[in-house]
Design a protein around this ligand. Structure first.
Ligand SMILES: [Zn+2]
Length: 251
């Protein structure tokens, strides 16, 4: 069984054993270490699952970066505060082009407002786009006319990481090579990691066949230790992959 809390802990142990340093994305932007892993979490929904991940990381004395959306299914002030107090990084998972139907002027105004809301809770140094597969808009396009550096934002992974050096893996679609199924969560890279299961990922870590710098993207709402719940998520996710394949195939 994959994508359980148990296998997650094994993955963290493997990264530790192989000498990876756990940096938040902000730390990596300021001073990237030679052997470094950024644990990125896109809190699309069910923020409690992300709180669980944050607690586990604290037990292991490591840090991650959590991108929260400013919509009810993600935004939870109490959880954001709790995760931030554990020394993890909180970032903004922005989606204003979607929310404003592609109106870039309305979008940047809303971005300012939402960023301010989050900054009332804790410091925000980095942002990361939320990519909804069914949306017409690429949320990154808000930056065609605006600069996030004007808002004291030091990094956006899709713009600021060179994925030819930093290996990228995402659990999108309940498989680590989910970028295949993803409409939006794609990066430009010449590295082929070809990893499906977490077990395979752990195996490759021990074989030393992965890049020294890694960004691993987690969607904690898809990870669970509860079997019935996990089965339901798996069925849902397979259905979603079929829909996404259809969308990718069409475009
Ligand atoms: Zn997202």
């Amino acid at each position: 069984m994959d994508f359980t809390i148990d296998i997650y802990k094994k993955l963290i142990l493997a990264l530790k054993k192989e000498g990876y340093n756990f940096q938040t994305f902000a730390e990596f932007m300021k001073a990237p270490m030679d052997k470094s892993v950024i644990l990125r979490h896109d809190v699309d929904k069910r923020p409690k699952n992300s709180a669980l991940f944050a607690h586990i990381q604290k037990e292991f004395n490591i840090k991650g970066t959590y991108y929260f959306r400013c919509v009810p299914e993600s935004y939870d002030e109490q959880i954001i505060r709790t995760i931030s107090k554990m020394n993890h990084e909180i970032g903004y998972h922005y989606e204003e082009m979607d929310l404003c139907n592609g109106d870039i002027h309305a979008a940047i105004k809303l971005f300012e407002k939402n960023l301010k809301t989050l900054r009332n809770i804790c410091p925000i140094e980095t942002i990361c786009m939320h990519g909804s597969p069914r949306s017409k808009y690429d949320n990154k396009s808000i930056w065609s006319n605006n600069k996030y550096t004007d808002y004291e934002i030091i990094g956006e992974p899709y713009f600021d990481l060179n994925f030819n050096n930093v290996g990228y893996l995402t659990d999108t679609g309940r498989t680590w090579d989910g970028a295949r199924f993803s409409v939006r969560d794609k990066v430009v890279t010449n590295i082929s990691l070809n990893v499906k299961s977490t077990q395979e990922l752990i195996h490759n870590l021990h074989k030393n066949s992965l890049p020294k710098q890694l960004m691993l993207t987690f969607h904690p709402q898809r990870w669970t230790s509860n079997f019935a719940f996990w089965t339901q998520e798996l069925i849902l996710q397979n259905l979603k992959n079929i829909v996404k394949r259809y969308i990718v195939g069409k475009s």
